[in-house]
Every structure is written in C-alpha cells, then in structure tokens.
Design a protein around this ligand. Sequence first.
Ligand SMILES: Nc1ncnc2c1ncn2[C@@H]1O[C@H](COP(=O)(O)OP(=O)(O)O)[C@@H](O)[C@H]1O
Ligand SMILES: Cc1ncc(COP(=O)(O)O)c(N)n1
Length: 430
Amino acid sequence: MAVLIIAGLDTGGGAGLKADIETVSALNEHPLPVISAITYQNPKEVRGIFPVPPEVIGEQVRAVREVFDVTAVKIGLLHGGAIDVVAEETKGLTRVLDPVIASSSGFQFLSPEDVDVLKKKLVPGSIVTPNVPEAEALTGVKISSVGDMKKAVRVLVEELDAEAAVIKGGHLNFTDVLYWDGRDFEFPGESVKGFTHGTGCAFSSALATFIAKGLELPRAVEMAKRFVEGAIMFSNREGKAVNPLWELQRDAQRWKAMRELETAVDKLVKTGELLNRYIAEVGTNFALATDFNEVFAVKGRIVRYGKTIRPVGLVELNASDHLRRALLKMREFYPEVRAVINLRYSEELVERAEKLGLKVSFYDRREEPEEVKRAERGTMEWGIESAVRRLGEKPDVVYHLGDWGKEPMVLVFGGNAEEVVERVHRLIEA
Ligand SMILES: Nc1ncnc2c1ncn2[C@@H]1O[C@H](COP(=O)(O)OP(=O)(O)O)[C@@H](O)[C@H]1O
Ligand SMILES: Cc1ncc(COP(=O)(O)O)c(N)n1
C-alpha cells in the first residue's frame, strides 16, 4: 500500500521526511515522499528553511496521486504559502496532520498568522496530532494535566472541526489522549530513555500507515505509540534522534549475534578436553552484545562433562546476568568490546596472558565499598570500572581473586566472539 507523505527535509537526518520514509518502509508499506521545504538543521539547531514553491508541491502530489492508489496522507512541516495547495491537493484522503509549529530545539517554523491559516484550511477534516505546546497554540487551552488534554482535544474536534485529535504527552506525562467519534481515549505510557528528536514525525507517519492498513483509529494510535517507544529505546546515537528502523535492525542484529555466538561456542567445545580444567565451578558462560546492547549467552552455562565440556542450553538473549553486566560496563568505556567469557582463575592463566601481550587488569573485592556490597547487583559494574581505571587503557583480561563464598575468576574480553575464542585458545595453548 502507498502512503503519501508531505513533509520537510531535515539535513541532520533525524526528523521530517527521512524519518517518515523510514517509518512507512519499516512498517512494510510504500512511502510517497513529497517535499514541502528544505531545512538547514543539525541535531543542535535549525538554521533556516527554504520553502518549496506551492506549485511545485502541487505537481509532486498530482504526479503520484494519478498513479498510486493512495488512501492516507501524513502532513508534516509546511510553510505559510503551502497550506492552501496542500488542503486542495489532499482532498478525499484520510489526512493525518502533524501541526509542526516549532522544532524541539526552538526554531519557529510557522508564524501566528500561518497557524491561523492552518486552523482554518487544514485542521477541519484532518486527524490532528499536536504535542502539548502545539495543542495550546491551536486551542488556547493551557495544558498541564490529562484533564486539560481532554478539554483541548474536544476543542480541536468540536470547535475547529478536526475529524479526530490526538494530543501527545511527550512534553508532559507520556499519556496521549485521543478524541474520536464523540468520546476520548487515554493511552498511558512510561518514559523511555533515548533521543526524542523526530518522535512527532515518526508518530504521525506510523499513524497514517496503520490507518492505511485499515486499523480503527484507537488501535492505530496505540500501535503508533508503541512503535515510537521502540524508536526512542533503540534510538539513533549518530543522528541524536529516533530510529524508525529499530525493529528491523534489532532483529537483524539478534540473528547475527546468535549465529556468531553459536559458532564460537561450537569451536570452544571442539577443544573441550583442554578447556575442561578452566571451566568455573559455577559454570562458564560466553556473552556477546549487539550494537543495541542486547546480550546473548548460553542458557544454563557451559559446564564440565566427563573429560570435555558442554553447553547446557541454547544461545539465548539475556541468558547471563553477570556477564551481561560486565560486558555492558566495559562497553561504556570501550564500545568496540562485544564479547566476554569467564574462566576459572589460575595464576598460570594470568601469567600466560601477560606473556602473550594481552592487557591484564584486576579488581579486589576487599576494596569494594560497603554500599555497593550491600546492593549486591552493583558488584560486577564496580569491579569492571575499577579494573579499567587501574589499568588506564582497555583491558583484554580482567581477573579477581574472590572473596568469602565467591569463586576467583578470569574474564577474557574481545571485539567479537571469534576473537575471544582465539584468545582462549592461545591462553590454554590449544
Ligand atoms: N521520552 C519518551 N518516552 C516515551 N514516550 C515518549 C517520550 N517522548 C515522547 N514520547 C511519545 O512519542 C510520541 C510523540 O510525542 P511528542 O514528543 O510529545 O511529540 P513531538 O515530537 O511532536 O513533540 C507520543 O506518543 C509520546 O507519548
Ligand atoms: C523538517 C522537520 N520536520 C519536523 C521537525 C520537528 O521535529 P522535532 O520536534 O523533533 O524538532 C523538524 N525539526 N524538522
């Protein structure tokens, strides 16, 4: 199905047309991108806007509407001169209107006069999706609670003739409120950590796409909200913005990481007789992180099995809590480190690591502050951090000598699972 998008270009690759194209594509529909304005912006600031002439916007829309079977359109950033044309050219479509008035960095895209034209020409008949400040600007209702949001959505529909309205709570309490078909609907949400530049764009294009797929409005709003939560959680660090491709990228990375770790575990098992005596009493595990910091390991760990070794279960997500925390802490300092294994401590192992030129550091649990000890779950993080600081550069191997009831251990890190296997093989002279 084709979804029409009329929006502005964000040169920073965070919001606008690029986020919209990715959103529609990620949801498996075909985007028809019509450009309304070129903005010169980066994640810090919007420097300016070059409006595409209204007749050029009209030509773009006509070119695709004549050929594609379009039912829904998402309208994002416009400029004063474009509002009339867009209203005219989108007649007969289900219109999702994201009334972009200002950027999150504070640049004013529409003047108060433009906002008046938008209210008269485009809000009527559209499904409007303002954020809190935009809803205030459109309705004059001051919004500081869900109760206020409910008042304002009604104004948008009953006084400004919108077909429906969703006020988004990203600037308030993460609850979105929809008014449709004579009643309101609440969509509560939790705060998600990540970049939020482009959330409004992703939300409105996801909404238009779910509508094009035939979902009823409340369900489409729910799905769009969940989509945006993922796009924040797995956000685009480079662009400091949402990542509409999150689900595809996450799943592709999971698949690759699983294969990589399975292959590496097989290799280790092949040298099981040599490794047997280095397997920790509590079991050895082998963990691998994706770029999104999801960590795979062996369910049930790798254990001694007669003279050799054996993985108890399959490679799974979150199958090791300890190694996951060690690896994620190490990645805070050295993001290129992706894999780690724990082996039973022995002096000869540490000496051999040093002889091989690996960078070795350690932590001493007796130095662990009382409050970290009491919290229990912070020990691993504290240990890795203290080992990193002690060495002053990236450690390849971190050991600790144990404590009451804690087995001494050697952690071997690497840039990928294969590198960890190679290091282990050199250490045990396989
Ligand atoms: N930090 C966050 N955690 C979870 N959801 C968020 C967060 N920020 C925004 N959202 C959600 O993202 C969508 C877009 O909201 P909002 O950020 O208010 O729009 P805009 O980008 O237009 O300012 C809404 O569904 C909102 O609830
Ligand atoms: C081209 C374009 N469209 C929309 C936004 C709003 O996004 P945000 O509120 O995250 O700045 C933007 N900054 N640029």
